[in-house]
Design a protein around this ligand. Structure first.
Ligand SMILES: Nc1nc2c(c(=O)[nH]1)N[C@H]1C(S)=C(S)[C@@H](COP(=O)(O)O)O[C@H]1N2
Ligand SMILES: [Mo]
Length: 258
């Protein structure tokens, strides 16, 4: 598709989403973070439209929260990591589990999970929706990621948060660990939780225990389990083979808003 028609499509879509001034819409879109990192890639303008209109319409929205009677039978889809490191940490009741926070922050650091648990928690009953078609509702308890990011002081040029797991669910890359990423809007959203509790108990290992990210406004694959590291960055280049996402490598969209 030519540059011109792509631009036309994009501006038309933004106009439909309520952005005035067709001529300058594309430029504004870029400035206001409405162009997803995979805009020119596999998904092209359609992906940009989805991302831009979602970002305009959902900037201040919340994933639906349910009531306790809606909690349903959980399913899980991945085997816990088999590495010796994981076995050792598990044998120690995960007392030594740490989350490293680095990149574009004033105060990089490494937090013991027990320290994270002392910070103000939030509980919410939300749905995990897998791209394969199944879903379930559970209560999730954890620390809003925004809290940790504020504590570490994200730099103004930060655009994305990349996070890593201890397992290997990356299909096409040679990464040691799996990787996913979200934009700052999602990272700072109050429902995005460093989750260590599920249905009133410790987060079970099959669901990512001792700690996973829950990103309830996006499909399940963004909710990475067995999380060990968070990096704040202004580019996704260099994280995994494609766009800081094992799932993009596998063919899924980077922005998985629901
Ligand atoms: N580390 C890791 N996190 C992961 C996965 C995985 O394979 N490894 N699968 C993802 C997918 S595709 C989904 S749908 C959800 C499912 O979460 P659940 O196992 O709690 O149901 O976990 C996500 N997080
Ligand atoms: Mo999934």
């Amino acid at each position: 598709m030519s540059k011109l028609s792509r631009r036309k499509l994009l501006t038309a879509g933004l106009a439909a989403a309520g952005v005035p001034g067709l001529g300058i819409a594309a430029r504004l879109a870029n400035r206001y973070g409405l162009i997803p990192p995979d805009h020119g890639g596999l998904f092209g303008p359609g992906q940009t439209l989805t991302y831009a209109s979602q970002r305009l319409l959902t900037r201040n929205t919340f994933a639906r929260e349910f009531s306790p009677k809606d909690i349903s039978t959980p399913c899980f889809n991945a085997k816990p990591p088999t590495s010796e490191d994981f076995q050792r940490l598990r044998a120690g009741g995960f007392a030594d589990w740490r989350i490293q926070l680095d990149g574009m922050v004033s105060r990089p650091g490494s937090y013991l999970l027990s320290e994270i648990k002392k910070l103000p928690a939030r509980s919410q009953i939300t749905e995990v929706a897998c791209e394969e078609g199944w879903s379930f509702i559970a209560e999730w308890t954890g620390l809003p990621l925004a809290h940790l990011l504020e504590e570490a002081g994200t730099l103004p040029q930060a655009k994305y948060v990349v996070y890593f797991s201890m397992d290997h669910f990356s299909m096409n890359s040679n990464d040691e660990v799996s990787v996913e990423s979200i934009d700052m809007d999602e990272a700072l959203h109050p429902q995005t939780l460093l989750t260590y509790g599920m249905n009133g108990a410790e987060l079970p290992v099959p669901h990512g225990g001792p700690v996973r990210l829950r990103v309830p406004r996006q499909l399940g694959y963004k909710s990475v389990k067995w999380m060990t590291r968070i990096t704040v960055t202004d580019t996704l280049k260099g994280f995994g083979a494609r766009l800081g996402s094992a799932d993009v490598e596998a063919g899924y969209q980077w922005y998985a808003g629901i």
